[in-house]
Design a binder for this molecule. Structure first.
Ligand code: OGA
Ligand code: MN
Length: 288
């Protein structure tokens, strides 16, 4: 039986039905998924009751996985699965005002996963193991559609600019007291090209988000103003798809051409447990 692909958003995102990702994928099915991924940037798979091993096996089909940041106490400590959760090992809800939840609230700023690494992530795969009945959506913004819609003069102005991405800068906005020297040492600021060309489609996309701190060679404030303007442009409703989680949804997105952010929910009342795997990028966006 073939898979079914339904478009979800107005300019990107699609739902994939008729597939069980616990089983090894046939080559032609994998190819269809990969093509859909390059076309739609966000794919939603319904009813995928995966464990970590199965999630890793599916993710590995797309390339080598990233390990999480070692010196970040709340994101998996160097493993291949990042757990974003408001529940502790004893199964109790962690209060929203705890350090862990403040730290995780950084995910509520628009961002691209691992853009603070010299080789930024290609894709992320997020499994909704337990999702709240209301709130806690994940929003996606297509920076490919947003780039496409820019006036030509703006596109020309942005060409060849380089932004500095810095995890201590972005996390410092929500949790300055949790930025340690070990974290700074592990994740020094890195350069990323501002306009990326995606090799599979030849399309261009803005590479921005919370980790982007400033523009190389520009006064800090001027660069920040440009990055803010581009973020506001890219996250207008016509470029956004909001994913309302159903239990066992698995969502895969292309970090090279979309941004995402988590939305709030009542964290005193509802559990939210998400497991993420991350597919590593092919190389740096700026030649060393
Ligand atoms: C992530 C992330 C947001 C969310 O998994 O990378 O940013 O809605 N998640 O949980
Ligand atoms: Mn993220």
């Amino acid at each position: 039986m073939g898979i079914i692909i339904n478009k979800l958003g107005s300019c990107f995102a699609a739902e994939v039905l008729g597939i069980d990702l616990r089983k090894p994928l046939e080559e032609d099915t994998f190819k269809q998924i990969q093509d859909a991924f390059y076309e739609y940037s966000v794919l939603v798979f319904r009813d995928q009751d995966l464990n970590d091993e199965q999630q890793i096996a599916f993710s590995r089909r797309f390339g080598p996985l990233e390990s999480s940041v070692k010196s970040n106490p709340y994101s998996g400590g160097g493993g291949q699965v990042i757990v974003l959760s408001n529940v502790n090992e004893k199964g109790e809800i962690i209060p929203p005002n705890s350090d862990q939840m403040i730290y995780l609230s950084g995910n509520m700023l628009w961002h691209s996963d691992s853009s603070f690494k010299r080789i930024p992530a290609k894709a992320s795969i997020l499994s909704g193991r337990e999702v709240p009945p209301e709130g806690g959506e994940t929003e996606y913004a297509s920076t490919r559609a947003a780039y496409e819609a820019l006036p030509d003069e703006k596109k020309a102005m942005l060409e060849d600019l380089i932004a500095t991405h810095d995890y201590s800068y972005s996390r410092g906005q929500v949790a300055p007291h949790l930025i340690t020297q070990a974290l700074r040492d592990e994740l020094p600021p890195v350069p990323q090209i501002l306009v990326r060309t995606l090799p599979e489609t030849g399309k261009k996309a803005l590479f921005i988000g919370s980790h982007a701190s400033h523009i190389v060679g520009w006064p800090i404030e001027k660069g920040r103003a440009l990055l803010k303007e581009l973020l506001e442009w890219s996250t207008q409703p016509q470029f956004v798809y909001t994913h309302t989680w159903r239990p066992k949804d698995l969502v895969m997105w292309d970090n090279r051409c979309c941004l995402h952010r988590g939305r709030p929910w009542d964290g005193r009342k509802y559990r939210r447990i998400m497991h993420r795997t991350t597919i590593a990028g092919d190389g740096p966006t700026v030649r060393p």
